[in-house]
Design a protein around this ligand. Sequence first.
Ligand SMILES: C[S@@+](CC[C@H](N)C(=O)[O-])C[C@H]1O[C@@H](n2cnc3c(N)ncnc32)[C@H](O)[C@@H]1O
Length: 370
Amino acid sequence: MNYYLVLTCPLWLESLAKKEIELLWLPIINSQDKQITTTYSDENIAKLNLWSRIWNKIYIETIKKEKIDTFDKLFDLIKNVKWKDFIIENNPIVVNATSINSELSSLPAIQKIAKKAIVDNLSNTFLREDDNFATIYVEVVLIKDTCQILIDTTWEALHKRWYRRQSVEAPLRENLAAWLVLLSGWRFSEQFYDMFCWSWTIAIEAAMIAKNIAPWLYRKFAFEKFKFIKPWVLEIEKEKAKEKIMNKTYNIIASDLDHNAIEIAKINAKNAQVQDIISFEEKDFRDYLSENISWTLVSNPPYWLRIQNEDLDKLYKDIASIFTKNKDLKWWIITNYQFWDLLKYDYKKRKLYNWWEMCYFYSKVNQLKK
Ligand SMILES: C[S@@+](CC[C@H](N)C(=O)[O-])C[C@H]1O[C@@H](n2cnc3c(N)ncnc32)[C@H](O)[C@@H]1O
């Protein structure tokens, strides 16, 4: 089949998402905001879904993108897709639509036209949808009048790891946490700290990266039921992934003031099979003021949405004191509290979104401020 795979990821995480694709030895055919394109094969669908630390979903691009500004053109484009390559039983079809800055903006109308075009294309062969067969999720994406027709191979988005069976309010998205750890350049032989760990996310993602555990080894994907994909490829890729798990000693310390959060973190770490390499401690971060810590720290301290402002000033002053005292510590902080005046060392900052909140990811530059 002459198709492509399109991977989506959160805005500004594209460069690391690309590296992850290259680590799987796959080519980057195209890259734009929130989207990367690579080659299509059944094996690649399985591999990319299993190993996706940063991407949200993996789609099949069914036809070349086109400029579309009328419903007639949309109908023709969708009707020209070779739907018989994908819909080879009486599969139920669900059409989702997105429209950003485009002439065609009514999502229900786009969905209706799309469904009509697909049924029209298939009408000689398949007339009935049957719930006993796999549902094919079709995405019609219009951005500035450029239209993509995609098939979702993933189903539930890949930032929700299987280990998150116990949840607390508003954790970091797991793919963002993985991105933070990868960007920190943590060397697995060194100590790793998160002193505001809440429920787990940063520490568990760090542990899974260190152990080289494929993030999706134990979940179901939409493509498993697709008749046009070889049924054995996923099992083969899973076996290969299991062989790649590293069983070395690592030193990850995750602490938080909140007793319940630590208990949930332990359960989630067990689910992720990394409980043996994380020490969870119920601890006020200020205890680190009297300790020497070194190597790498990646943390997500509370910020304005979660606690009062006067407490925050004191909290960030104390965080800055820990950093000043521990000169060998490489630290990375994600927050939307602006605390650069408190820092004695130079820092870099990058913008990113944690869900809908704009945040900065601060990192130490190893020289004193001038
Ligand atoms: C923004 S949340 C961290 C979220 C976490 N990264 C996650 O994804 O689940 C901030 C955490 O800081 C903790 N915290 C607040 N004050 C603290 C203190 N003095 N010492 C240690 N932890 C504290 C809170 O209990 C909360 O769990």
